[in-house]
Design a binder for this molecule. Structure first.
Ligand code: UTP
Length: 297
């Protein structure tokens, strides 16, 4: 893959998941056996990303610890013959080169991405949100398809999109496609529209590729009513100035699991746990009993 650099913003406050996120990052909450952000890193590594910048904030140091080497733990597991656990830990010590920077105030996703300017330099880069898993069975290849579209269409930004129920448009950035198909030019985009104002039901799905011009666009984007710099608004600025923005649909095996609120976090955890290759069968049997016990609630 021609793009080597990825930015993973993990600095958000996660207020919708309080109290779980009072002293731990939402990106470190487990889904099945791994923290959410580990799925994101596995996906980026499988896509060929070599350098990964986490944009972190206060209270997020457990993310750095998770991806750091832990020689004492490794020695202890080796001495006690726990090769199975050692193999699972190898995932967390991936070949990707990790870098970290801090977003000092949580002023929105656009502001978090702006913190990556020195890291990206003059090269295009991937952005993968640290609180969203794409696909359950295996790491998604969406990033490779985004990069392919970026090169083929001479775009300034490429965005992963997925269909959502119309009543959910106010939770996401929504794009208006200029044509039908799995890869299409975007005619307009808007952050969290009410269903009545939505341009379509195609939601921005946590993965992007940007040309370095995005940094200048973010700097020229006004803060929204909540005091946040929205990346959707910066992309819209590039679009209005003649830049080509491309949308790429997630495939059928690439459902997006957004962990940002309890409803979707609970659903995601349950789906991953119930389909776990080791624990899934037993848990499904127990879940059936629990459902019968609570049938009349
Ligand atoms: P969200 O839009 O879910 O915001 O972030 P949030 O602040 O984390 O959560 P709430 O709304 O308070 O519940 C989407 C992604 O962007 C990152 C988050 O860490 C998450 O991975 N983000 C968001 C930042 O890095 N900085 C920000 O200022 C906002």
């Amino acid at each position: 893959m021609s793009i080597r650099n990825a930015v993973v913003p993990v600095a958000g406050l996660g207020t919708r998941l309080l109290p779980a996120t009072k002293s731990q990052p939402k990106e470190m909450l487990p889904v099945g056996k791994k923290p959410i952000v580990q799925y994101v890193v596995d996906e980026l590594q499988a896509s060929g990303i070599e350098r990964l910048l986490f944009v972190t904030g206060r209270g997020k140091s457990s993310i750095e610890d998770h991806f750091d080497d832990d020689p004492e733990l490794v020695r202890m597991l080796r001495e006690t013959g726990r090769e199975d656990l050692l193999a699972e830990l190898a995932d967390a010590q991936s070949a990707v080169h990790f870098l970290y920077t801090r977003q000092r105030q949580q002023k929105g996703l656009g502001d978090a991405i702006l913190c990556a300017e020195h890291f990206a330099g003059t090269e295009p880069f991937v952005v993968a949100l640290g609180d969203s898993i794409i696909g359950r069975r295996k790491p998604s290849q969406i990033v490779e398809r985004l990069v392919e579209a970026f090169e083929k269409h001479d775009a300034v930004a490429v965005i992963a999109v997925e269909e959502v129920p119309v009543e959910h448009t106010s939770l996401y950035g929504i794009v208006a496609p200029a044509a039908i198909g799995d890869v299409f030019e975007i005619a307009d985009l808007i952050e969290k529209p009410k269903p009545a104002d939505a341009l379509s039901n195609l939601a921005i799905a946590a993965r992007y590729v940007f040309a370095p011009g995005i940094f200048d666009a973010i700097r020229r984007t006004p803060f929204d009513r909540r005091g946040e710099l929205q990346i959707t608004d910066a992309i819209r600025l590039m679009l209005n100035e003649g830049g080509r923005i491309i949308g790429v649909r997630l495939g059928p095996e690439e459902k997006r699991y957004d962990i940002g609120n309890f409803e979707s976090y609970f659903e995601t955890f349950v789906e991953f746990a119930l389909t776990d290759p080791v624990y899934g069968a037993g848990l499904r049997a127990r879940a059936r009993e629990i459902l019968l016990e609570h049938n009349s609630d």
